[in-house]
Design a protein around this ligand. Structure first.
Ligand SMILES: Cc1cc2nc3c(=O)[nH]c(=O)nc-3n(C[C@H](O)[C@H](O)[C@H](O)COP(=O)(O)O)c2cc1C
Length: 257
């Protein structure tokens, strides 16, 4: 076939188009894969930080390897049971919140954090190596949604760590919730009092008394950001109330006794 033939020009152009399209599609697929992996890695790193693995991460340990200590489960907050019918690897919190059948309105009497509605199903992270469970919490801050993971020991009350991964609080004020100075205070604190009452609280900055009878339940608030501190307290108190993880934790801690 002559190089000047129209058919040859068409065939060469067509082949070039096909090759380029395949390359573009492959590049797009690699990118989607990488974005999905980066998202997964971010979740894993946050869960690990909340579970007290900060030091190992800082020393360069692989998040993926440390995460092998964890077992993911989806729980039904209404029953407190593990939802074995849902595959944790396929679980998508957004899909749950977008489906009216899997969203629960929070009755005003329970809605101490003004969250309004919560998912029926939540994915939690069970860490058999540190005998703890890491759970997500979220709620309104002063300016937007705050979201974090909290690690709680198998006794169901001792906090192993808290790690915020989302908020819209003001830099230098409420945003200090993401700093180690605030987050590290949570380590070792007890969520509940001796009679099972929710006792964890965030007090106004400077009012924390390390020798006080309630020191084990108390977090020192942020300077000039009492509003954010109050919102964090309300958020954590809601999620560990009977309407949040209460039912599940009661069953879970009993199974670990
Ligand atoms: C522009 C602006 C942004 C603010 N952002 C926050 C914030 O993110 N978190 C917060 O608790 N307070 C914030 N405040 C301050 C609150 O209005 C309130 O004064 C403060 O929470 C009270 O804390 P204090 O009792 O420690 O002074 C902000 C105030 C202004 C004017």
């Amino acid at each position: 076939m002559s190089n000047d033939s129209i058919l040859k020009t068409f065939l060469v152009t067509f082949s070039l188009c096909v090759v380029c399209s395949v390359l573009v599609c492959m590049a797009a697929l690699v990118r989607i894969d990488r974005e999905a992996y980066n998202q997964l890695l971010e979740t894993r790193t946050t869960v690990l930080a909340a579970g007290g693995y900060d030091d190992q991460l800082a020393k360069g340990a692989s998040a993926d390897e440390l995460f092998a200590n964890f077992e993911m489960k989806v729980i039904n907050l209404d029953t407190g049971e593990i939802a074995t019918e849902i595959d944790p690897a396929e679980f998508n919190p957004k899909t749950v919140m977008d489906n009216p059948d899997t969203v629960v309105a929070i009755p005003a009497a329970f809605d101490i954090a003004s969250i309004k509605q919560r998912p029926k199903f939540v994915r939690v992270f069970i860490d058999n190596s540190k005998e703890q469970i890491v759970v997500p919490v979220s709620g309104p801050g002063m300016w937007g949604t705050m979201a974090a993971y909290i690690g709680v020991k198998n006794d169901g009350t001792t906090v192993n760590g808290l790690k915020f991964y989302q908020h819209s609080e003001t830099p230098g004020l409420g945003s200090e919730i993401e700093r180690p100075k605030f987050q590290n205070q949570w380590i070792g604190k007890k969520l509940y009092g001796n009679s099972g009452n929710l006792a964890i609280k965030v007090v106004k900055n400077g009012r924390f008394d390390p020798n006080g009878a309630d020191a084990v339940h108390t977090i020192d608030g942020l300077a000039g950001a009492t509003v954010t501190g109050d919102k964090v307290q309300a958020m954590v108190q809601y999620w560990f109330s009977d309407h949040g993880y209460g039912k599940f934790l009661a069953k879970y801690t009993k199974s670990k006794e």
